[in-house]
Design a binder for this molecule. Structure first.
Ligand SMILES: [Zn+2]
Length: 548
């Protein structure tokens, strides 16, 4: 993952605060004018009436009213609350009110350009965790400050990324760090945690994280653990080496005494389909042995990542110019191409290059949405893994591409989702209509779980599904006042129709917002009202508080 420099643009940062102040004054005047009302101190800003409350804890739903004052939930009542006590009343009979969804794996890179985060907010997401897969901003503090000033449509939090730190200290070198380099990396993890990160992420399948050994990650995870952080890992392998990848993450959790998340858990490639039976058993036995391992997952049978994931990591050391040099050496070229063929057959190629679909391709936009099979045919090459492998390297040397790999089994998706330690996370990148060919998860993850997997397939109950996207991730992040509908908790709420909620984004037409979501409140302010964006930007940057 490459880091980009963001330019802060001025926004309506203060507008929502101002509006809120006006609202409080207006409410107070209204109360003064009508003495029959309850006292001003008891008036609510928003009352959600007659809703079915699914509170995020996994407990059974109940009928009730939810009242919001300021940025908190002021009252949750199983008997009706007087609608005259609130400035705004949302009639929610027949609909669900739940805590706003928390996305444990979000590519927030475009946040300063897309601060409203519409593609996420319209799914009901009110808090997204950025910096996954070893990426993310570095240093974190100035970035968080810029984000806080930008005026956000949702709350955000960040992880500090191993790949970003390793690249800063060691470039793209394929070797172990010297003791001095390891000490510098440890210091950067400590800085990130002190700046408010919630933990450490790795992307051990990516460059340069792949060049690290387990002991390096253990050392860095210990630094995060000492400051109350978690460890979330894009495993070193998700295909043929999946079991070793899971075992390594568990080892890191045990040795660093850190809570672990196996992020976007899956089994890649036909040979591995069904093997989630075994990885979930590994998670269960690790937990029985005292290692605190959880999982997150997106509800799709395709992954999205770079084209370079099809190239042997050793060939990518020191960057694309080094790759180009290696390709000129006939012996090295032969082993690079053989490595690509092996990945096409066994890993993210899934043995069929029709499963390899182009996402964003800056150097040849007409490839977007097409497959590697299509590209081979366009070039007059036999559409086989063996013949198409050099095209993969050519594409990488042209500047690479984002790719969608259709290599996950639906049975594994359902089995992993049903596991009691699995949370929902999108792995989506903030986007907006017209921008390339994103994975549909960027628009549809949370509604898809509640529509397809809860309502249509019955993989989860509604209470379980909501818990996996609210109370569970809040607990993993140590955020006691989030992810729950409870008096005193933060007023991050979503109101949706369980009978109609659905994702609309597809792999061929991804730029479509979901349906069935009526209102989304962030810190007590509606960012979505009756299905439309309000323009409010009440989101905050959450920084982990820790004592040492
Ligand atoms: Zn990843």
């Amino acid at each position: 993952m490459k880091l980009r420099v963001h330019r802060w643009t001025s926004t309506l940062a203060g507008a929502s605060v101002f509006l809120h102040t006006v609202a409080v004054v207006v409410t107070a005047l209204a109360v003064a004018a009508r003495p029959v009302r309850s006292q001003a101190s008891e008036a609510y800003d928003i009352l959600i009436r007659g809703a079915t409350v699914v509170d995020g804890t996994g407990s059974a739903r109940f009928l009730g009213d939810v009242a919001v004052r300021g940025d908190r939930i002021a009252r949750v009542s199983r008997t009706p609350i007087d609608p005259r006590s609130a400035r705004t009343v949302i009639e929610a009979a027949g609909r669900i009110v739940a805590p706003g969804f928390i996305d444990m794996h979000t590519h927030l890179d475009p946040l300063l350009r897309l601060p409203a985060a519409e593609s996420h907010v319209r799914q009901g997401v009110t808090l997204a965790l950025g910096g996954p897969d070893g990426g993310g901003p570095l240093p974190i503090r100035p970035y968080l400050d810029s984000a806080a000033r930008a005026g956000l449509g949702m709350n955000v939090a960040f992880l500090v990324g191993h790949n970003a730190i390793r690249e800063r200290v060691m470039g793209l070198e394929n070797r172990a760090p010297t003791p001095a380099e390891l000490a510098r990396m440890e210091a950067l993890v400590a800085d990130g945690m002190n700046d408010g990160a919630f933990g450490l992420s790795t992307g051990l399948r990516y460059i340069p994280g792949f060049y690290s050994k387990t002991d390096e990650v253990v050392a860095l995870a210990r630094v995060a653990a000492a400051r109350g952080g978690i460890y979330t890992s894009h495993l070193r392998e998700e295909g043929l080496g999946l079991f070793e990848g899971v075992a390594e993450a568990i080892t890191i959790g045990r040795e660093a005494h850190i809570p672990v998340v196996l992020t976007h858990h899956k089994a890649i490639g036909r040979q591995m389909w069904g093997q989630s039976v075994r990885t979930l058993a590994m998670v269960d036995s690790a937990r029985q042995a005292g290692v605190d391992v959880m999982i997150d997952q997106y509800p799709y049978t395709a992954s999205q990542t770079s084209l370079s994931v099809l190239i042997p990591p050793w060939a990518l050391a020191n960057g694309d110019s080094a790759l180009a040099r290696r390709m000129k050496d006939p012996v090295l070229r032969d082993s690079i191409v053989r490595g690509v063929i092996a990945f096409l057959l066994n890993d993210r190629g899934g043995g069929d290059i029709r499963r390899v679909q182009f996402g964003r391709v800056t150097w040849e936009p007409e490839l977007e949405g097409k497959t590697l099979y299509d590209w081979a045919v366009m070039r007059g090459i036999p559409p086989t893994p063996e013949a198409a492998a050099p095209l993969v390297v050519e594409g990488e040397l042209n500047g690479g591409a984002s790719m969608i790999y259709h290599v996950i089994d639906e049975g594994d998706v359902r089995r992993i989702m049903a596991h009691p330690q699995t949370m929902i996370a999108s792995d989506g990148r903030l986007t907006q209509p017209g921008e390339g060919q994103p994975h549909p998860r960027a628009y549809g993850t949370f509604p898809r779980v509640l529509g397809r997997y809860v309502r249509d397939l019955g993989v989860l109950t509604l209470e379980e599904g909501v818990h996996k996207m609210t109370g569970m991730p809040a607990a993993r992040l140590g955020l006691a006042d989030y992810g729950v509908v409870r008096e005193g908790a933060m007023a991050d709420l979503v109101i949706f129709d369980a009978a109609t909620i659905a994702d609309q984004a597809t792999f061929t037409a991804p730029h479509q917002y979901p349906v069935g979501i009526g209102d989304v409140l962030v810190n007590g302010v509606r960012v979505v009202a009756d299905g439309a964006m309000t323009g409010a930007r009440p989101g905050r940057v959450l920084r982990k508080a820790h004592s040492r």
